[in-house]
Design a protein around this ligand. Structure first.
Ligand SMILES: [Zn+2]
Length: 316
């Protein structure tokens, strides 16, 4: 044989795709006439093309199926929307016929919106289904509360709406951060995004409740009790999520930070107790274990964890 197989095997992909020079093509063909090994290699290269074709066809079939189901679910969504329209129309007519104007009709409308957000939105939205469904559900619940509040002439909406928002955030945030489009923005900081959403909606709720009950009595008390707990949750989160250490060190630091914050809480409680006793409110701090000993216990556990880690590192 004029040329060795290594050289021909380098040329084979170019020959297969018909992009080699005329001279190279002649060389390869001459060699293939004599060499069975290289002939086999060319056949296997052609097989790969067949595999690619199969994968492409499979993707096309899946795509067609997906489009088919999308059309079907959009159709089902439209039919259900039409069914929902019937009670809305009936209520509109009845309400107009019996009352001077539209009153409770809006409550029915908002109630049906809540149901529709859970059934119609996931069927009809083409993408980001979970995000859109949970968003639509939250918005429609808030709208329902607002309408009932207007209808009953109650200012309780100020308390109910942010409390509902906080509750739904607690429920939905862990699911929403894992799905499109939110996951593309938060990437590896899903926990941070959830904690941020919890804190923001919690603070909003506290502010609104404060406005509802009257600032002077509420804020010092509410923030003295809740803010140390929020800080503790953040301390736990940062230690567990971002500290690069073993479980023992993390546990110890969590216990120590809980001890430190319970100390702060006890101090705030005793000062609140002094001011509360004047107004006749009995307030007990209820801290039986001294915070200093909790901090010490946590630091001891963290210290043990640190030493274990160091020993392991030295052994390696
Ligand atoms: Zn060969």
């Amino acid at each position: 044989m004029k040329y060795n197989c290594d050289l021909i095997s380098d040329l084979l992909p170019l020959y297969k795709d018909e992009i080699c020079s005329e001279a190279s093509r002649k060389i390869v063909e001459e060699h293939l006439a004599e060499c069975q090994d290289c002939k086999k290699m060319l056949n296997s290269l052609n097989d790969i093309t067949i595999d690619e074709k199969i994968v492409k066809e499979k993707e096309e079939v899946i795509g067609t199926q997906a489009r088919f189901f999308k059309r079907k679910s959009a159709l089902a969504g439209s039919i259900i929307a039409m069914i929902f329209a019937i009670p809305i129309l009936v209520c509109l007519i009845v309400n107009l016929a019996t009352g001077a104007g539209l009153t409770w009709f809006f409550i029915v409308l908002a109630g049906i919106l809540v149901a529709a957000s859970l059934i119609i939105v996931p069927l009809m939205v083409p993408e980001n289904k979970m995000f859109m469904t949970m968003g639509a559900f939250t918005a429609s619940v808030i709208i329902l509360l607002a309408i009932i509040s207007v209808y009953t002439h109650g200012s309780w909406f100020l308390v109910a709406a942010p409390a509902t928002l906080f509750g739904l955030t607690v429920l939905f945030a862990p699911f929403i951060v894992c799905r499109r489009p939110v996951n593309a923005y938060v990437k590896n900081h899903k926990g941070l995004a959830i904690m941020g959403a919890y804190t923001a909606t919690f603070v909003l709720m506290m502010l609104c409740i404060g406005l509802y009950v009257g600032m002077s009595e509420f804020f010092p008390m509410a923030f003295a009790v809740s803010m140390p707990l929020v800080v503790m949750c953040w301390a736990f989160f940062v230690i567990i999520r971002y500290l690069r250490s073993n479980a023992c060190v993390k546990t110890g630091l969590c216990i120590a930070s809980a001890g430190a914050l319970s100390g702060v809480l006890a101090m705030l409680a005793s000062s609140a107790e002094a001011s509360m006793s004047a107004t006749g409110v009995v307030y007990s701090s209820g801290v039986s274990v001294p915070p200093v000993s909790i901090v010490a216990l946590g630091l001891v556990i963290a210290g043990i964890g640190f030493l274990v880690r160091k020993n392991k590192g030295e052994k390696k």
